[in-house]
Every structure is written in C-alpha cells, then in structure tokens.
Design a protein around this ligand. Structure first.
Ligand code: ZN
Length: 394
C-alpha cells in the first residue's frame, strides 16, 4: 500500500512538472504567478517544479515583466538551446540533414545529391553528414539528444527497414547501425510519417486534427494523422499510397503490383515522361523541368498538366477513404505547385462529390523540402523529452 502511494505521488509530480514545462514551452516568457493562475496548480507547486526545471537547464529566468503593482515578476523562458537534435531526410536521389535546437529551429543544414542507391555508398554519405552536423553543434547541457531518420520505405514497429522499393533495400536495421556508430539514441521512421509530423508541428498542418501528408518525390508515400495521432497501422507500415492502383492493366511496379499511382504521378514519372517526350535538351532533373516551365516550354507544361491530373486522381481515392480536413502535398513535387494546382483542382471538382470537394483543403508543404528532416528531428526531441518525463502523453 505504501509503495503504491509513493508511486502515485511520483506520478502526480511528473504530471505537474510536465504541465509546467509544456505551459512555459507554449506560452513563455511567463511569470510563476501566471502559470499558477492558468494551470490551476498552486503557487508552491509551480515554484518547486520551476526550480527543478531551472536546475535541469530546461528553463531559465530573466529580467522583469509588466506588473500592475508591487514587485515586478521574473519571467521564465523555455531553454530551447539545452540540447540539439539531428534530422535526416533520406531521399532516393538526395540526402538532407539538419541540426535543430529543441524548438525545431534549424541551426545547420547539409544537402547532397545521391548518385546511386547502393547501401554501402548511402550509409557512408549518411554517416559523413551526421559527423559534420555533430561537429557543428554548439556547447549545451545535453548535447545531441537524438538522431531521427526519415526513410522512403516500410518501417516496422521495431524500426527495421522491411522494404524500400526505390532504394532496393530489404531487411536493414539502420537504427542499430547508427546507434552503434554514434552512441546517440536514434529513431528510424517512414519519411512520409516524419513529413506529416513536421508539417503538423511547424507547417501547414498546425492545429489540423485529421491530416494526410503526401510525400511526392521519386515515389509517393502517405502520412496519416487521425484525431491528432499518427496512424501507422497494425505493423507500422500504413500509408503506402504510392501503390494504390489507378490503372488496372498499367505499368509493372517494383512492389509487385501493376498500375501503381506513383508510376504516373511522382517525380520519377515526370522525369521519365520528359525523357520520352524529348521535352528538354541535356540533363533532365526536377530543377531543369522547373526552369523550362518558367520559360513556358510547351511540352513541359503539357507534362506538368498530365502529372497534376494523375495526382488529382489518386487524391480522390484518398479523400473518399479518409474524409480528411486537409491534404498537404510535400517533398519535391511541391516545387511545381504553380503548374500542378489547377489540374489537381479540376480533377477534384470533376470527380468528387460536392460535399467532399468543399470540405477538403488541399495545401502544399509550407516547410518546403524540410518537412521530413524537421519531423525526423522532432521525433527525437519528443522521445528525449518523454524520457526526461517532461512530456506525459495525453
Ligand atoms: Zn507499386
């Protein structure tokens, strides 16, 4: 009985501390009195919790705020520089790494093209980016609190990469490899899930409870947030929306299916169609396509219209299934927003019921190409804060 009471008291203390910490994080700078007033915790409890948070370097106090009379209160700030996190977006043809503080502000970033998908080659590049970001970390009480990696493939609940079709990787324990090398807690997650998380925390999806994020790059992946919770399916591999069938007798896909959506609506589909159409002289990449579109290259404009229509067709399936409040289109296809928005909207208007059409907001990523890297970094921050008992999951 005694043990149970102690346990309960510890739990209450943890919850109170996490309430005070979360309040300061969201509303700081604030005074102790304000925290007490808004959270309903008594002043003594707030004071004790704040002292512990200051001792642990998660909160600091500074200056004096406005007061209606008497002694001016000291204001409390969340110490977002108490530690740093690394986020890696492993694209199929690029690698983006960011170093962020605990509020997700980017301190340093590195972006390199990947010339091939060979595992050894890509691992070397990932490790060199992590090493470079570690070297750039400023002095802080907690140093690097975690590494998050967004991977374009199926990741199970133990964070194993089961299959990444566009990288041609199978059964790889990337988490263990990185943790063994750097001795830093590592989180491996599907890149559409990291993108979805990043957009909901910092981007176009803020305050959206039912959200689908589509990462359209070399392939297409989907991140699903239902009632503010990331939905990952029974085995952790939901959201493989690039493999929705949109042509019953369509092209063969490396996943084993035919007529998959990503064969018609992704960056690789666009690059392939551009080659076939002979629309650009010289190197074909998303950047050269962007340049040609700006110059009004008619063949390129026609291709972008087709890609937009194909994206729209897949979106109708997703909207009919999930009835989301918002769909965010992210990753490199978002660079082509100006040219694909109209064909997407035209298809949605033609094919969706008016109820669905008027209730679904289609947006492009507001974090640009940073959604996945920022989300990956934030997963690690969330895990660190949860391990420190500073966030109690609701
Ligand atoms: Zn497929």
């Amino acid at each position: 009985m005694k043990t149970l009471q102690t346990g309960d008291q510890n739990l209450v203390k943890q919850i109170n501390k996490s309430i005070v910490f979360t309040y300061i994080g969201k509303n700081g700078p604030v005074s102790r009195a304000q925290i007490s007033k808004d959270t309903g915790l008594n002043k003594a409890t707030v004071s004790t919790m704040v002292s512990e948070l200051i001792t642990d370097s998660f909160v600091y106090e500074i200056g004096a705020g406005q007061s209606s009379g008497g002694r001016k209160p000291v204001l409390l700030y969340f110490n977002n520089l108490a530690g740093y996190s690394i986020g890696i977006d492993l694209g199929v043809n690029y690698l983006l790494g960011v170093l962020t503080d605990l509020s997700g502000n980017i301190i340093e970033e590195m972006n390199i093209p990947l010339k091939e998908t060979d595992f050894e080659y890509v691992m070397n590049e990932i490790c060199s980016i992590i090493e470079a970001l570690i070297k750039s970390v400023p002095e802080s009480p907690y140093g690097i609190v975690g590494i998050g990696i967004g991977v374009p493939g199926m990741i199970d609940r133990d964070e194993n990469i089961l299959f990444a079709p566009n990288l041609k990787w199978r059964q790889i324990d990337l988490k263990q490899i990185i943790e063994n090398k750097f001795n830093i807690p590592t989180k491996v997650e599907n890149e559409a899930n990291t993108g979805c998380y990043g957009e909901q925390l910092y981007g176009a999806g803020k305050n959206i409870a039912n959200l689908i994020y589509l990462s359209i790059g070399i392939g297409i992946g989907g991140g699903i947030i239902i009632n503010n919770t990331l939905y990952t399916g029974t085995s952790g591999i939901s959201g493989e929306m690039g493999h929705l069938t949109i042509e019953s007798n369509g092209k063969k896909c490396p996943c084993g299916n035919s007529g998959c959506w990503e064969l018609y609506a992704s960056e690789s589909a666009l690059l392939e169609e551009s080659k076939l159409a002979g629309s650009i002289d010289g190197d074909i990449s998303i950047d050269t396509i962007l340049n040609e579109a700006r110059k009004g290259n008619r063949k390129v404009l026609q291709l972008l219209n087709n890609i937009g229509e194909h994206i729209g067709i897949g979106l109708t399936n997703i909207i009919n299934t999930f009835n989301p409040e918002m769909i965010i289109i992210g990753n490199r296809m978002a660079l082509l927003e100006n040219w694909i928005t109209n064909p997407i909207n035209r298809i949605l208007t033609e094919r969706l019921s008016t109820y669905h059409r008027s209730n679904t907001n289609i947006r492009f990523s507001s974090l640009g190409t940073y959604s996945s890297a920022l989300g990956a970094s934030s997963f690690s921050i969330a895990k660190f804060l949860s391990d420190q008992k500073l966030v109690v999951k609701s």
